[in-house]
Write a protein that binds this ligand. Sequence first.
Ligand code: G6P
Length: 362
Amino acid sequence: DASDIEKGTYPHYMLKEIDEQPAVIRKIIQTYRNEQGELTIDREIIDAVNEADRIYIIAAGTSYHAGLVGKQFMEKMAKIPVEVHISSEFGYNLPLLSKKPLFIFISQSGETADSRSVLVKVKELGYPALTITNVPGSTLSREADFTLLLHAGPEIAVASTKAYTAQIAVLAVLAEVTAKSNGIDIGFDLSHELGLVANAMDVLCDSKELIEIISREFLSTTRNCFFIGRGLDYYVCLEGALKLKEISYIQAEGFAGGELKHGTIALIEDGTPVVALATQEKVNLSIRGNVKEVVARGANPCIISMQGLNMDEDSFVLPEVHELLTPLISVVPLQLLAYYASLHRGCDVDKPRNLAKSVTVE
Ligand code: G6P
């Protein structure tokens, strides 16, 4: 049928969508660039961002995880304070809002009911809203004042992959263009750096055989798995753990390296897999310290290091990209680890049990 044709030679949509990520990043650079080669976004959107004294990002699931990274971009590049909220919580537990809030809804489908009900409330209160979505004309797009599109193409697999990286890339563009509009020099050329990210993603997509071996070694029989990281790596750990849970049914948790000792380290036993991300120079030694702590308790570590920060012989090494953009590439091996774990355990990769691609009930 038609859906088989769309999948082409791929055994699963998820694998196809992982592989599409470099092209999606290139498409985003191309779409958001003007004739002078500068990144650009509709003036009215940038004005709305600049009029706000605080941004509230509202999202669910993987889109929430992209929002956590987006907060760092908006604060570090554009110097605008940002809060990130889970839509189902925000709906009935409104925080004290700033005087001039702008709401940004992040949603692959644009149909998530929990997010939509927040948008309805926001509009009742008369606040401006921007939706970042993959689906033009979706409910969240129609009901918001402004829309930015992901240009990721249809995402079919329930576990979101290319939409996550597209969301992060579009949030980076939004942060850069906002910064520029305020005369802030972010200190690097974002479209050039995103091009390098796309190239690095190509390299990672070509490392499938190695990642399949690692996945077989670490995840084929385990009942749980931990992901640890600090700073941006922590947010990616949340996403890596979610991917693994969703499609392989392995109990997985993403943790901030420093929080381990406050409870979770009690769960480490002989052979417990711990995936550690090390892409941030500032916290490189601290995360290495956390790896030592878990190894001392019997953990089986899988270290994923940025080139240049690598300190172990058997680390999986990520090609170097700008340190703010590492989530775009460190997530790729985590997506592939989850994919192969699901495959090896005989799970339904594209249609995991109990889950829906788009949850249209609250
Ligand atoms: C569902 C999907 C997740 C997704 C979440 C939010 O739970 O299974 O993959 O992250 O909804 O979806 P959205 O379309 O709003 O990004």
